[in-house]
Design a protein. Structure first.
Lengths: 582, 456
């Protein structure tokens, strides 16, 4: 393993970019954990030898064996000795034990892995829960604060309300007071006015006395001759008689006025009565066809009699002229009854009409109704969809708009988680794709490496062949030189090959591999390729002469073709060359 | 529509005689009586002083001219130009003079009259037929203190005795006291007979909203009070049929009482914004004179000349809602310019015209049959006065300009009075036939004749 490390280090430095990528990948993907876990025991297995050497030496081999045997037996394995007391080791059982131990080891490792995984999962879960808890706690705190704030506000409002009530009461009191003031002032004003009026009258009197005393002008009427009265009569003397007559006349005037008003009222009454009568007649004329029906019912002997009575009344036209109470009562009662009947009738008709209406609808427009229902269903569905859409939009909007809100934050978190999951899914897909690409690339690189090796071998062969030809053509004098030159050439090519290999190794990051199960075979395959290349190289080394030029050409041609077929292949190839250059 | 020439006038004293034959007008000391149809002067009398008040007797035979400053009333006879009568109230201080309904008595209200020891207002009833003189004591000096029934039989007098209000009802034929009763008023402001002569409305001063209704025999029929503290009644008008009593008050409302229960039927508000779609708002619009050539020949040249120099105006129908020009009353002044100060029923009882003093440019015409606002006339200048045609539903109004405006249910029209001078009509009164009206300005008057065809 040490040499492996020495080789990888320079490549790491040269290709740190890639490594960075891988490390970042490692951080993200949980699969990287597995690979790490897998990797850990690897070096320990390499160091096993030193460990065993410390435990078991030439001297204490017996003790060691017995110790191991004891240990194994306590662990429930069969004894490693052939016999129960003999010193002969049972190789098969040892092998079995080792195998079982290894299997156990593997199982344990896997279990450990799983446990670690679970641990990690649980840890992340716990973290999440803790986060949630913290958040909820915060929220609770916030809510509590809010409640307190609201309570405070409520209290304030209540106090404000109380204040306002107090103010209102005060205002009311004030209004009452002001009203009292107004009324008191009004009475005072009236009183003062009266006083002033009296004073004024007194002063006027005094003024009059003062003025009149000086120049007392005669109040008089000068008239050329008295004219006759408009009605031509002479003025009457004022006597008690005239007074009585005046009274009489006044009452006459009043009486005539009242009479006139009564007449007006009578006329109005008569007209109203006429209208009533007419209405009644019309109602009666309207009702007869329906009258038969109610008659059949139990209660309507009365109605019929009333109707007959009414008709009788109708015949007595002069009855209307008696505006006495009984007639009025009769009239109003009969009108009321008829009105009720009419109302019932109208209601019945209404019902009929509505029923008929609906029936007609049913008969006529069955299809249209179905259509209608279908249409409504469709529309409802559409509405629901639209509503959902609106809801989601609103949610999104809210999410965007109200970031500061706690609940929305939580919601947002949920969304984020969801999104993350989605992204992870995508990432996984992407990774798979990438893995496929990597596989392809690996195969291409392998092919390229193989090709390079083959070419080299071919070159060597050609060189050898040329040399041999040359040597055969010329005299074979210096055999040693012939041997050294190809070896040097070989070594350099070897170095190149190693480089290519290492890059390919770096290109295949273990993190790419998904799951522990797939990781191992990959790695093993890697080793296998390595080995195969080496073996091939060895083969190439060992039997250069057997290779035919034409065959090789064919192979290379095929290879290039296959690369050119896919753009990725050429690109990879170019990259490969680029990397090979330094 | 034709207009007479302008006549000189003083003191807005121009009156048609009740029989509609003559028009009396005063120019300082002189009283000019013209024939209405020809407008020729038929009589001319000269009084002792500047005439302050004239009144036709009910039979149109006599004219009373009062000169309050001198305390003299002069009476002229139309039949006998030589006949004269002069009533000298001396230093008693004449404050009012009027005819009794029979046209043979003159009622003079004097201020300084001493009876016994107290000095009181007194009404002296002078008769032109006999030497008899009647006195009515303690009349109250208020806006409408002496009112006669329409048939002229009775007279109601508001009295004030010992700081209490009374009403006395007299029989006009012999001036005998018929009824005497006290009223429950703080300070009686006015009284008014219903046109049928059976109900007397009496209302308190504006300090208190109180309206009392008395029967002819002195019974209190009803009292109405819309509210308590704010300023109260500003104007009162009976409908010609005595069915309705409209009360305009300081709260910019008119309340209408019915004659059966004497309860309020409805309330007309006068808001500054008219929003109802059913109301038509006519707005007077001034337009610059544009003399069209085809019209040049049609009007008389004088009219044309006048129209050339003055702006014309016409009515336009405004789209509701309309906000009228509202003048906010000064709060700290007495007698604020707010409330319904003028109201009048049309002769057929169908319409009521009102004016809200805080919206001085608008006249509101209400339909009484439907109890709805019918029309609002928005003028450019404050309304000076309006009067209904005594024969048909037609309202004439003046705004202190040389234009007279007429409204009837058919529409309304603004008419420019032709003439050179500045003729600012501040008052108008209809002829009893409804065919003409006299338009009065401070110094002039003219008669406006309306053709009958135009009326419809």
């Amino acid at each position: 393993m040490g040499d492996w490390k020495t080789i990888t280090v320079p490549v790491l430095s040269s290709d740190s970019k890639n490594i960075f990528q891988y490390t970042s990948e490692r951080k993200r993907s949980p699969t990287s954990m597995n690979s790490q876990v897998l990797r850990l025991p690897l070096p320990s297995s390499k160091n096993m030898h030193s460990f065993f050497s410390a435990f078991c030496t030439e001297e204490n081999i017996e003790q060691s064996i017995s110790y191991i045997d004891r240990e194994l037996t306590t662990l429930g394995f069969p004894s490693i000795y052939a016999e129960s007391k003999g010193k002969e080791l049972n190789l098969i059982s040892i092998i079995n034990c080792i195998n079982e131990l290894l299997a156990l080891q593997h199982k344990n490792l896997r279990a450990q892995e799983e446990v670690e995984m679970q641990h990690l999962k649980l840890g992340s879960d716990m973290d999440h829960l803790q986060n949630c808890y913290a958040k909820l706690k915060e929220q609770l705190e916030l809510s509590k604060r809010e409640i307190v704030g609201l309570q405070e506000r409520d209290r304030q409002l209540q106090s404000k309300n109380r204040n306002l009530h107090q103010l209102l009461k005060n205002e009311k009191d004030e209004v009452q007071k002001l009203q009292n003031i107004i009324s008191s002032r009004a009475t005072q004003y009236n009183h003062d006015m009266k006083r002033k009026e009296r004073e004024y009258n007194k002063l006027k009197d005094r003024l009059r006395q003062l003025v009149m005393n000086k120049k007392d002008k005669k109040i008089a009427m000068e008239v050329l001759n008295y004219v006759g009265r408009a009605d031509g009569k002479r003025g009457a003397w004022r006597t008690d008689k005239t007074e009585a007559r005046n009274e009489e006349e006044m009452y006459k005037v009043l009486l005539s006025d009242y009479e006139q008003r009564q007449k007006q009222l009578l006329v109005e009454n008569a007209e109203l009565k006429k209208v009533l009568q007419q209405m009644k007649k019309e109602i009666i004329s309207l009702l007869p066809p329906q009258k038969q029906k109610p008659k059949e019912r139990s209660e309507d002997g009365l109605v019929l009699s009333d109707l007959e009575e009414d008709i009788g009344e109708l015949n007595k036209e002069n009855m209307w002229e008696l505006s006495c109470e009984t007639v009025r009562e009769q009239l109003t009662n009969s009108i009321r009854k008829q009105w009720r009947m009419l109302k019932n009738h109208v209601e019945k008709l209404d019902n009929q009409v509505s029923r008929g209406h609906s029936g007609a609808w049913n008969e006529k427009d069955v299809i249209s109704r179905e259509d209608h229902e279908l249409e409504t269903e469709k529309l409802e569905l559409e509405i629901q969809q639209c509503k959902e859409m609106i809801k989601t939009q609103q949610q999104l909007l809210q999410q965007q708009l109200t970031c500061d809100d706690e609940t929305t934050l939580l919601l947002q978190d949920c969304y984020l988680l969801e999104e993350r999951e989605r992204l992870q899914e995508e990432w996984r897909l992407f990774q798979e794709q990438k893995k496929n690409f990597e596989k392809e690339r690996r195969s291409f690189t392998e092919a390229a490496i193989r090709l390079g090796l083959e070419r080299k071998a071919f070159e060597e062969d050609r060189g050898m062949w040329l040399k041999q030809q040359f040597l055969s053509m010329t005299a074979d004098c210096k055999h040693s030189e012939n041997v050294t030159t190809p070896s040097a050439f070989l070594r350099s090519s070897d170095q190149d090959n190693w480089l290519v290999k290492s890059t390919s190794q770096q290109r295949k990051p273990p993190s790419v591999l998904n799951g522990s199960v797939s990781a191992e075979p990959c790695q093993t395959s890697q080793y296998i390729t390595h080995n195969s290349v080496e073996s091939k190289k060895i083969a190439g080394d060992s039997m250069p002469n057997l290779w035919v030029e034409s065959d090789d050409k064919e192979e290379t041609g095929e290879c290039t073709k296959s690369w050119e077929d896919s753009g990725v292949g050429t690109l990879l190839c170019r990259n490969l060359h680029m990397e090979q250059l330094p | 529509m034709n207009f007479s020439e302008l006549f000189e006038l003083s003191g807005l004293l121009g009156r048609f005689s009740p029989d509609g034959k003559c028009l009396a007008s005063c120019v300082q000391h002189r009283l000019v009586v013209r024939d209405v149809s020809s407008l020729q002067v038929c009589q001319l009398y000269t009084c002792l002083d500047k005439i302050q008040y004239i009144e036709w007797s009910s039979d149109s035979l006599f004219i009373l001219c009062a000169m309050y400053k001198r305390g003299i009333v002069q009476v002229w006879s139309l039949e006998q130009p030589d006949w004269h009568c002069k009533i000298d109230e001396g230093s008693a201080g004449l404050v009012a003079s009027c005819w009794s309904p029979d046209g043979r008595h003159i009622l003079n209200t004097t201020e300084f009259h001493c009876s016994l020891s107290l000095c009181q207002l007194r009404i002296t009833v002078w008769s032109l037929c006999t030497k008899s003189v009647s006195y009515i004591k303690y009349p109250k000096a208020c806006q409408q203190g002496v009112v006669f029934t329409k048939d002229g039989r009775y007279m109601a007098v508001a009295e004030r005795r010992d700081c209490k209000d009374f009403i006395s009802i007299f029989v006009c034929s012999n001036w005998q006291l018929l009824r005497h009763f006290d009223t429950e008023t703080q300070d009686l402001f006015g009284i008014e007979w219903a046109p049928n002569g059976c109900v007397l409305a009496a209302w308190d001063s504006c300090l208190e909203y109180k309206l009392l209704l008395y029967s002819l025999d002195g019974r209190l029929l009803s009292s109405y009070r819309a509210y308590e503290w704010p300023l109260g009644i500003k104007s009162v008008a009976w409908s010609p049929s005595s069915q309705f009593l409209a009360i305009g008050s300081f709260d910019e409302k008119v309340r209408i009482l019915n004659h059966v229960t004497w309860k309020k039927i409805t309330e007309f508000e006068h808001p500054a914004t008219i929003a109802s779609k059913k109301t038509i708002v006519y707005k007077e619009v001034e337009k610059s004179p544009s003399v069209e050539t085809e019209r040049l020949s049609f009007p008389p040249t004088k009219a044309l000349a006048s129209s050339l120099f003055s702006t014309q105006s016409k009515y336009e129908i405004s789209q509701v809602p309309v906000s009228l020009q509202y003048i906010k009353p000064v709060a700290d002044r007495a007698n604020p310019k707010v409330g319904v100060g003028m109201l009048a029923f049309s002769a057929d009882n169908c319409f009521l015209a009102t004016k809200n003093d805080s919206i001085p440019n608008a006249v509101w015409v209400w339909d009484i049959r439907r109890l709805k606002l019918l029309v609002v006339l928005e003028q450019l200048c404050p309304i000076q006065g309006f009067q209904w045609d005594p024969r048909q539903p037609r309202l004439a109004l003046c705004t202190g300009t040389s234009r007279v405006f007429l409204w009837s249910p058919a529409g309304c029209v603004a008419v420019q009075v032709p003439g050179e001078g500045d003729f600012q009509i501040v008052s108008l009164s209809w002829h009893s036939s409804g065919d003409s009206m006299v338009l009065l300005s401070k110094d002039n008057c003219c008669v406006c004749y309306l053709e009958r065809e135009e009326v419809k």
